[in-house]
Design a protein around this ligand. Structure first.
Ligand code: SF4
Ligand code: SF4
Length: 470
């Protein structure tokens, strides 16, 4: 029985409700009257139900698809402005006791070199990341209570926050580790993490169980209910995601929106972010074995409708995506991207000599190249980490986001952190382009007092001061 407030996975992601929703959407395929109603409702920036979003997903009428893309762009512009937040993944260890068939870190893969960073090696990786200009990391590690216990993760977070190299510092560490206990989530909260990220991979239980045949991750309920435990542990910014291509995309699309609704209905706070990775080739993983892999067109449609359905949730894509595909989805919804990423353990210090990567990177450009590219597309690359440091998390963040006030701080913070990047790390070409964008965009700050302060801080940044934020 479907119950969005139930603590039980199979009740808040109810299989029969997902199937009923897909059936309803198919019965209303290209129902223009209904499509108009849904798009009109969405234009108020209040989001959509999963049923309404499913009707949009089913539509294949080009005129309406273009209307959806235009609306998604409009919503993105209104809520997020031009800023695109930058981050990098940091892989700590690829030891893993799970058997996920789509991931080369799975336990039985003997081709891959197993590696776990020592604290000294973490310092070196962080220095390399700081030298690129990164301020925000997503920590990644396989599940292995012997090699990667929670104490190791906590010690690593402390190490990362402690590295101060030249003007560099990591100001926000998001953590993507296996589902764990309320007690461990409390420890992560106390360690000062930003967002706790855990991908569901697929919400379709039989597929989930067959793709995770062994290890603790096999337990669908424990994995699916992880965000509830994270919230109970005090982490109020959680990031969800599915690996599109593992199962039918319509199913996972409806289910991820049901998960968002469950969090909102139960805790009063929806997901902080949604990640939209797609299945990619890797060692011991053949994409041909995944007939549900999705095309670029479907991918763009999914991102656009997510933007429309959950306007206040950040959407993240990684370097799994090519430059071309990233450009498409940035327009219609993505608000956070990784850049200059290594998906190998220790890969920022040493280029890979042994194969330790989790997936093949499709966008291999440096962070500087990506920053310059974003500038050329009219975006403001942002290294902002202000909200979590100012205590604007969970419902406090959502209140600001829903009233549209967040853009009053996002844009100024984007300009000041971009300036910091230009001063310390940019190539001459990127610096020139960035300075031009800053001088144009600063005039678009609507509040006179905020504008005055930003101009003052920009001048201070030129003189060597750092780390201003609203
Ligand atoms: Fe381990 Fe995560 Fe890879 Fe599964 S997806 S094998 S849990 S690292
Ligand atoms: Fe993100 Fe908050 Fe910075 Fe905006 S102000 S970019 S929401 S951290």
């Amino acid at each position: 029985m479907y119950n969005s407030k139930s603590p039980i996975a199979e009740e808040f992601i109810c299989d029969s409700e997902v199937l009923k929703t897909i059936e309803y959407a198919r019965a209303n395929k290209n129902n223009y009257e209904l499509l108009e109603q849904i798009l009109n409702k969405a234009a108020d920036y209040k989001g959509l139900t999963y049923q309404e979003a499913a009707v949009l997903l089913e539509c294949d009428d080009e005129e309406y698809l273009n209307k959806m893309f235009a609306l998604a762009e409009q919503i993105k512009e209104k809520i997020y402005g031009k800023r695109i937040v930058m981050f990098a993944p940091l892989y700590l260890s690829n030891y893993c006791i799970n058997g996920c068939v789509y991931c080369p870190y799975h336990k039985k893969n003997c081709n891959i070199a197993r590696k776990k960073l020592s604290q000294e090696e973490i310092v070196k990786e962080v220095v390399a990341l700081q030298d690129m200009g990164h301020k925000r990391l997503a920590l990644e590690t396989g599940e292995d209570p012997v090699n990667n216990p929670i104490e190791y993760v906590l010690e690593s977070i402390k190490t990362i926050y402690g590295v101060k190299h030249k003007n560099g510092s990591i100001r926000r560490v998001n953590v993507n580790i296996a589902a764990t206990t309320v007690e461990n989530y409390k420890k992560l909260k106390d360690a000062g993490i930003g967002t706790y990220i855990l991908f569901q991979e697929t919400y379709h239980k039989p597929t989930y169980e067959s793709l995770h045949p062994t290890g603790p991750k096999h337990n669908y309920a424990y994995h699916t209910e992880a965000m509830d435990r994270a919230m109970q542990g005090g982490i109020d910014d959680v990031g969800i995601g599915v690996l599109f291509g593992l199962y039918e995309y319509e199913y996972d699309f409806v289910a991820i929106l049901m998960h968002a609704k469950h969090l909102e209905d139960t805790f009063g706070v929806g997901p902080h972010t949604i990640s939209v990775p797609r299945i990619r080739p890797a060692d011991d993983v053949d994409v041909k074995e995944f007939p549900n892999a999705i095309s670029d067109d479907k991918f763009k449609k999914i991102v656009a409708i997510l933007r429309i359905a959950v306007p206040y949730t950040g959407i993240i894509i990684s370097t799994r995506e090519s430059q071309k595909s990233r450009e498409e989805v940035l327009k219609v919804g993505v608000s956070q991207i990784s850049g200059g990423s290594s998906t190998s353990v220790g890969g920022y210090v040493e280029k890979e000599t042994e194969n330790t990567a989790q997936f093949e990177v499709n966008d291999e450009r440096s962070l500087d190249e990506i920053v310059n590219w974003l500038l050329s597309l009219g975006y403001i690359p942002s290294f902002c980490t202000a909200c979590y440091r100012a205590g604007r998390t969970g419902d406090r963040f959502m209140r600001l986001a829903k009233t549209g006030q967040i853009s009053n701080v996002c844009q100024p913070n984007a300009l000041m952190t971009l300036k910091e990047y230009l001063e310390d790390y940019a190539s001459p070409e990127t610096k020139a382009n960035g300075e031009r964008v800053i001088s144009e965009e600063v005039n678009n700050i609507p509040n006179a007092e905020v504008k005055r302060l930003v101009l003052e801080h920009l001048a201070d940044l030129t003189k060597g001061q750092r780390d201003f934020r609203f």
